[in-house]
Design a protein around this ligand. Structure first.
Ligand code: NAD
Length: 506
């Protein structure tokens, strides 16, 4: 694989910093290519191009901007296979799951196709005598997104889909671990513009890098808003530094999602759902379900027994294996981190029921594979419960009552997603209302909201107060302006009087 360079002002910008990161094939463990890391000068060049492009782009009428989104949607759909293969080869998730990653991003682009309707603003006729009030949402200017490795297509599209549709230009700093798809998306976006007869160079730029590139974004005076998704400590850092520099920042962090299983739940469904949600994508999802909370001993014993049987049916394979449920994790370091957490769990006294550490795939011994792992008797004081493992590890934390089960996700430092499995509508409703978590599933294991709703967790899963996509995304990527207008009208009583008190509506 040739080096992956930046994509700035509609073309490849060859990196000159001399700094780069290795890109691995997680199936084989072999270095498959390199990605250039940007210097401050390269970031400056991207921002300059973006600032120039934004002025013209913001003047394009909303319907035409929507046509670009429609064209982009079609172009990505037409290349779904090629993009999914590229994604899978750098990330390690299986092809079907890679397509899901792209598709969930495209659903935000579908939302962005409706941007003319969404941007209509608000209007009050006759707010006072001869006075009308209207408000409009205007783009911010140059904005940026910093994204994690685990959804290299969906999360960039969450951000730039809405940000660009409302009239901003965008700098994307994707994860250095799997930067191939983000660059292809930017290239296709230029093609989409050409189909609509627009030159979009500079509207969507991709600048690669590590902390230095992130800091350059956070400190750049021209960049007005930054959206970040990644781990919590870095999210908090990005939020603090970005807001200290006067930027609007939303920063989504890590997660530890719980699945609460009440005694009346449909166990067939629970076992299948937990298996997919805990082990799918090797557990490398912020909406994975790595903690099962069965209520009562009978529920817990049955769950444990059936999960062991279910795990025996799972196939872990290379990411191109269509029979495999999941593939390797993203890097050797991440594999080691997961293995370390498993050992910590054992040392803390949790009951290791199935150990995935010894898993090896014949012919791919150097690949970053780790087998499905199951712990029982995990307690809430344990480090392995409190922290995010981000691997194919399911932990059973037994609860004796509904209240105890409700308290676990509510007290946890993370509050991204949670699920409850039950046939009791009243209990589910009570749970959804009281749990201290941002996204709730009722018999839905991965409650990632659809694109026209909005995505965001609570507590250490999100810093800032505006969510991703949907109307929250529109709000984040625009500033609102409210106009109060009166036209001279001599027929109105007191039309030419001066007033020294604050105007009120009588
Ligand atoms: P990460 O925090 O390591 O990296 C995220 C981004 O930050 C990358 O672009 C990376 O280059 C950059 N970065 C890395 N180190 C940095 C530093 N010291 N200073 C500044 N920037 C830095 O996250 P990851 O491993 O790529 O992704 C996995 C994490 O993302 C998990 O914690 C997962 O829960 C989280 N995640 C959260 C959501 C959500 O919506 N809440 C969604 C997906 C993933």
């Amino acid at each position: 694989m040739p080096d992956i360079h930046h994509f700035v002002n509609g073309q490849t910008l060859v990196g000159t910093s001399g700094r780069y990161g290795d890109i691995f094939d997680p199936n084989t463990g072999v270095v498959a290519g390199r990605v250039q890391f940007a210097s401050t000068e390269e970031m400056d060049a991207a921002v300059e191009a973006a600032a120039k492009a934004q002025k013209t782009w913001a003047q394009v009428n909303p319907q035409r901007r929507a046509r670009v989104m429609f064209a982009f949607l079609r172009l990505v759909q037409a290349r779904m296979d090629e993009l999914a293969e590229l994604l899978s080869s750098q990330h390690g998730k299986v092809i079907a799951d890679s397509k899901g990653d792209i598709q969930r991003g495209l659903e935000v682009i579908e939302f962005a196709c409706g941007i003319p309707h969404v941007l209509k603003g608000e209007y009050t006729e006759g707010a006072g005598p001869g006075i009308d009030v209207y408000s409009m949402r205007q783009p911010l200017g140059v904005v940026a997104g910093i994204t994690p490795f685990n959804f290299p297509a969906m999360i960039p599209m969450w951000m730039f889909g809405v940000a660009i549709a409302v009239g901003n230009s965008f700098i994307l700093k994707p994860s250095e671990k799997d930067p191939g798809v983000p660059v292809r998306l930017a290239e296709l976006f230029m093609e989409a513009g050409a189909e609509v007869g627009l030159d979009l160079k500079g509207v969507l730029n991709v600048v690669h890098g590590d902390k230095a590139a992130v800091d350059a974004i956070l400190d750049h005076p021209t960049i007005r808003a930054v959206s970040f998704v990644g781990s919590s400590d870095i999210a908090q850092y990005v939020y603090s530094r970005g807001t200290a520099n006067g930027k609007r920042v939303q920063a989504m962090g890590g997660a530890k999602n719980h699945g609460v299983i009440l005694p009346d739940a449909d166990m067939d469904q629970v076992v299948k759902d937990l298996s997919g949600a805990a082990f799918g994508s090797a557990g490398e999802r912020c909406m994975a379900l790595p903690v099962a909370v069965p209520v009562g001993k009978k529920t817990a014993d049955e769950l444990r027994e059936r999960m062991v049987a279910e795990i025996e049916t799972l196939k872990v394979g290379v990411s191109t294996d269509t029979q495999a449920q999941y593939g390797p994790v993203v890097s050797a370091a991440h594999k080691q981190k997961i293995a370390d957490y498993i050992q910590i769990g054992v040392d803390e006294g949790a009951d290791l029921v199935v150990d995935g550490r010894g898993f090896e795939l014949q012919g791919y011994e150097q690949g970053f594979f780790i087998g499905p792992t199951l712990f029982d008797q995990v307690k809430d004081g344990m480090k392995t419960y409190q922290e995010e493992i981000f691997g194919p590890v399911l932990q059973i934390v037994r609860a004796e009552s509904f209240e105890e089960a409700l308290a676990l996700p509510s007290k946890h430092q993370y509050g991204n997603g949670v699920a409850i499995f039950t046939r009791d509508g009243r209990a589910a409703r009570d749970f959804a209302s009281r749990v201290e978590v941002g996204m709730v599933g009722i018999n839905v294991p991965i409650p990632v909201p659809v694109a026209y709703h909005t995505f965001g967790g609570w507590k250490r899963s999100a810093f800032g107060d505006t969510n991703q996509h949907g109307m929250e995304g529109v709000k984040f990527w625009t500033k609102v302006k409210t106009v109060t207008a009166r036209w001279p009208d001599s027929s109105l009583e007191g039309h030419a009087d001066s007033s020294f008190v604050i105007p009120t509506m009588k």
